[in-house]
Design a protein around this ligand. Structure first.
Ligand code: SF4
Length: 350
């Protein structure tokens, strides 16, 4: 195997690394928060959430004691809410089983909800400097180009473990990821600034852009839904209206609140069909009125389109959210877009 210039990479990292907050003290809880947030989100995007989350829940104990709705609220906007629910459950387990101290051993970390092999290895190496290699998309790109070898994360796991300098896992793993994020970028890598450029095989062959082989992207299916915007006067609140919201129970949005919605085939479904669907799903007889607009959102496996209808309900008391409650309830991003379309005069904290 081509020798890997680990020392040059470590030297580069010590000079060029971004000053990220969890790198100040490598507090295990802070590293854990960062790794969970980074699972589906880029560094620049997650930083404001990271700061806010730590202000709210500064320790494992504080997180374990928190109400799930408060945790989801702090996560609002980051998406992939199962991360927040698992993280909350894991914090409780750390308090119960490990006295509030995050365990150092990979096997113990792997038993915590939400920590798969990748995140457990990242936490063990970055928080505790344990000798476990971590291979994310950035690392795949760097190694694939350096060795001029096609493959995905699982194909580079062993190589990454072999080139890891023992006792330097914290710096080395982060250095590889950082190099992929800042220098060995997907298009037009900055090879002139790269500490690996003398030995990099793809560079020598002028084939940087051939690696890693691009997977043919599957097209995401589009799923269309109809949502109902029902406003009714709040009891004892004078002329003020409340908005009918329901609590999500599926894996995707469990614990979050949103507009009630049902599947919708715009070319085939008449309003009456939709009204029957709402009745079956929520036990509420609705009359749908005009369309208020549509909101779209990309999930990993599908593209979602929601058409929002103004609606009125009959015959059943609905759970209505007041303006104050709307500011407090955790809502997914697409529901925040719907809320804007609904015209509700709500000032929400971001
Ligand atoms: S020399 Fe270029 S292609 Fe090779 S690892 Fe460095 S940035 Fe990537």
């Amino acid at each position: 195997m081509q020798a890997f210039p680990a020392q040059a990479l470590l030297k580069w990292f010590s000079a060029e690394q971004r000053p990220l907050p969890w790198r100040e003290a490598y507090n295990p809880y802070e590293v854990w928060v960062s790794e969970i947030m980074l699972q589906q989100t880029r560094v620049e995007q997650m930083l404001p959430y990271y700061e806010r989350f730590l202000q709210k829940f500064p320790s494992v104990e504080a997180l374990a004691q928190a109400d799930e709705q408060a945790v989801l609220k702090a996560w609002e906007g980051l998406g992939y809410y199962s991360r927040a629910r698992n993280f909350h459950a894991a914090a409780k387990r750390v308090v119960e089983r490990f006295g509030g101290k995050l365990p150092m051993r990979l096997d113990d970390l792997l038993e915590l909800p939400g920590l798969g092999p990748y995140t457990a290895a990242a936490v063990a190496s970055i928080a505790f400097n344990k000798n476990h290699a971590v291979v994310d998309g950035n690392v795949v790109r760097v190694l694939s180009r350096f060795f001029a070898r096609a493959g995905e994360a699982k194909d580079f796991q062993e190589t990454a473990q072999q080139i890891l300098p023992k006792g330097r896992a914290r710096a080395f793993n982060q250095a590889l990821m950082e190099l992929g994020a800042l220098v060995c970028v997907p298009q037009q890598p900055l090879c002139g600034q790269c500490p690996l450029n003398g030995e990099c095989v793809a560079r020598k062959q002028g084939m940087q852009e051939e690696f890693p082989e691009r997977a043919t992207k599957k097209r995401r299916p589009t799923k269309v839904f109809a949502a109902a915007c029902v406003r009714e006067p709040l009891l004892g609140a004078g002329s003020r209206d409340g908005l009918w919201l329901v609590k999500g129970e599926n894996k995707l949005l469990g614990g979050l609140w949103g507009f009630p919605l049902v599947p919708f085939k715009p070319l085939a479904d008449a309003k009456e069909t939709l009204e029957k669907r709402f009745d079956r799903e929520f036990g509420v007889q609705l009359t749908l009125h005009k369309e208020l607009g549509r909101a779209e959102h990309d999930y990993t496996h599908f593209h979602q389109v929601i058409v929002l209808f103004e609606a009125s309900a009959e015959g059943r008391k609905l759970v209505l959210a007041s303006e104050k409650e709307l500011a407090r309830l955790p809502l997914s991003k697409v529901n925040q877009k719907l809320l804007k379309l609904s015209g509700a005069a709500i000032s929400r904290r971001s």
